[in-house]
Design a protein around this ligand. Structure first.
Ligand code: G3H
Length: 538
């Protein structure tokens, strides 16, 4: 056994009682306001955590989830379609204020299961306790902010506008049936950041949890069932291709909200028989570079690049996945960076101060090793002590230098704890990397000279969705627009933008002559229409 990592996985008895997890056999799934019981085959939920036993290390299986088929998926879709009822269903026709009340009810119930969900986040995807709590709380905050934004939207749409002799009221209305799918690295936050806006704008939803981070939805199933009218939210489980593929083929999905790979998104989009009817909101691959200029504050650059590349073991779409460092300072940068990596504490998600944890994807450590070997073959070295050491699902970060364009790591998204460092001399080398990349999510520039920074900003503003100065790339604050170019995204998300992407504006317009004004005034005064109204939520 690998000496350095030999003590990384615990004995069952060493796991604090409060974080131990009972085996959870889930057979329930949610269709049309009813928790159905699945009697068919189940999918084991395998934790990235191994347990030390007298027979050796054994991977912990923490539960099972229903392996539904296309038939159940289609029933879920039927429920969503009839709840939408071509826009005349209870939910899409409901007032915004009433829809908010349903979401608030859900939020209250969701908060009650915080401990359970946080624990499952740790066990299912290996996220540290601190980050799991942060994910849960950030999601609740996102819901609160969404409610606030909906109220603002409602207020600003309550007035009539007068333009070029026309009077009109413009309001946002739902699009139809949404399919929401989230990623395994933020199975709660990223999923809910599309699911909640989709619901609150009046769409009905079929939601399929991520490939890992599935069981953690279980504690919220009753809350979903009890907070929304039947069919408004339907939750299915099973293999993506079989279940979701069948949904797309029906042509009844109006909105496709998907966070994952561009390959996966393309395959599913292609199945829709009427692509012009499908609106997609996609968060996809990325390879965000850091560019460290010769006059950068090195201690800041090192600490931002460290968290940027290695928080949650580099498994963030926004992670810094390649670091360009100017030749003048690269040696000093590498000394400090590898020292900082050495201080990261490997361990289990619930360990105090843990910085590195096991990886949930089967075969991931092998894949990362392939990338490291490929870089070595082309002349890179692993610079840090224990870099690339593996024990089962655990991979100790590898810092590779010097990385060049012949290596897979130069262009491939590693989505894990491998940090490729590229030395550069001329600004164009770093600029050309971004311009020619297939990805266009974010970039981080570290430097102090305003003129140089301005040149980089102007070189990148048509390339990526966000340019970070002396700070790592990231999604937050969630009120900022989050998007990407090329293979990185379709559509923009933020608290307010999400409300826009899950809705469309409808206009009631008339020539502003007396007779028409009188009709409008009567409708409004007598509250004859739910749409045409100047009422707003306080
Ligand atoms: O995985 C992609 C997430 O949207 C990243 O969010 O930058 O807050 O970690 P974050």
């Amino acid at each position: 056994m690998n000496e350095f990592l030999s003590e990384i996985f615990p004995e069952e008895s060493a796991i604090p009682k409060v974080y131990q997890v009972p085996f959870l056999e889930q057979r329930e799934y949610l269709i049309n306001g009813e928790l159905k019981k699945w009697e068919g085959p189940l999918n084991p939920v395998v934790s990235p955590v191994f347990i030390k036993t007298p027979e050796g290390l054994q991977q912990k299986i923490i539960g099972q989830t229903p392996l539904l088929t296309a038939s159940e998926a289609l029933k879920a879709l039927d429920a969503a379609v009839s709840a939408y009822q071509l826009g005349h269903g209870v939910w899409p026709a409901m007032s915004v204020g009433d829809r908010i009340a349903h979401v608030e009810k859900f939020l209250t119930k969701m908060r009650e299961v915080r401990g359970e969900v946080v624990n499952l986040l740790m066990w299912e995807i290996g996220k540290s306790l601190k980050d799991s709590e942060k994910e849960f709380d950030r999601t609740c905050d996102y819901i609160v902010d969404t409610i606030k934004a909906v109220k603002e939207l409602d207020r600003s749409s309550a007035k009539l506008v007068e333009e070029q002799g026309f009077m009109a009221q413009i309001r946002r209305v739902p699009l139809g049936v949404a399919l929401c799918m989230g990623p395994f690295n933020y199975p709660l936050n990223e999923t809910f950041s599309t699911l909640i806006p989709a619901l609150i704008m009046g769409n009905t939803v079929v939601f399929k949890p991520a490939k890992y981070g599935v069981l953690l939805i279980r504690p919220m199933l009753e809350a979903f069932r009890d907070s929304f009218p039947p069919g408004v939210i339907n939750i299915i489980y099973g293999k993506g291709r079989e279940t979701v593929g069948a949904l797309m083929e029906t042509g009844k999905i109006d909105v496709f909200a998907f966070i994952g790979t561009h390959k996966g998104a393309n395959e599913l989009k292609k199945l829709h028989p009427k692509p012009h009817r499908l609106k997609s909101i996609l968060g996809l691959d990325a390879k965000n570079p850091a560019i460290v200029l010769p006059d950068a504050d090195l201690s800041n650059a090192v600490s931002e690049c460290l968290t940027g590349s290695l928080s949650f073991n580099g498994q963030r779409c926004t992670a810094l996945k390649i670091v360009f460092v100017h030749k003048k300072i690269v040696n000093e940068f590498l000394i400090r960076f590898t020292e900082a990596v050495k201080k990261l504490k490997p361990g289990m998600p619930w360990d105090e101060g843990v910085g590195l944890t096991p990886l949930p994807e089967p075969g991931k450590t092998g894949y990362l090793n392939e990338l490291v070997d490929n870089a070595k073959q082309h002349g890179a070295r692993v610079l840090n002590e224990n870099g690339g050491q593996v024990l089962h699902s655990f991979f100790f970060p590898a810092v590779l230098f010097p990385v060049n364009e012949k290596m897979r790591l130069y262009s491939e998204e590693q989505f894990g704890p491998v940090v490729p460092v590229v030395p550069f001399e001329r600004e164009e080398e770093a600029i050309n990397y971004v311009v020619n990349s297939n990805y266009g999510q974010q970039v981080s520039i570290f430097g102090n000279n305003s003129k140089t920074i301005a040149r980089f900003i102007d070189a990148f503003n048509n390339q990526v969705g966000r340019i970070n100065l002396n700070t790592q790339s990231q999604r937050g604050p969630d009120t900022f627009p989050f998007n990407g170019r090329k293979d990185s995204a379709e559509g923009t998300l933020s608290v307010a933008d999400a409300l826009r992407v899950f809705s469309i504006r409808t206009v009631v317009a008339t020539k502003a002559v007396d007779v028409n004004k009188q009709i409008l005034a009567t409708i409004i005064k007598n509250r004859e229409s739910a749409f045409l109204s100047t009422d707003y939520i306080m």
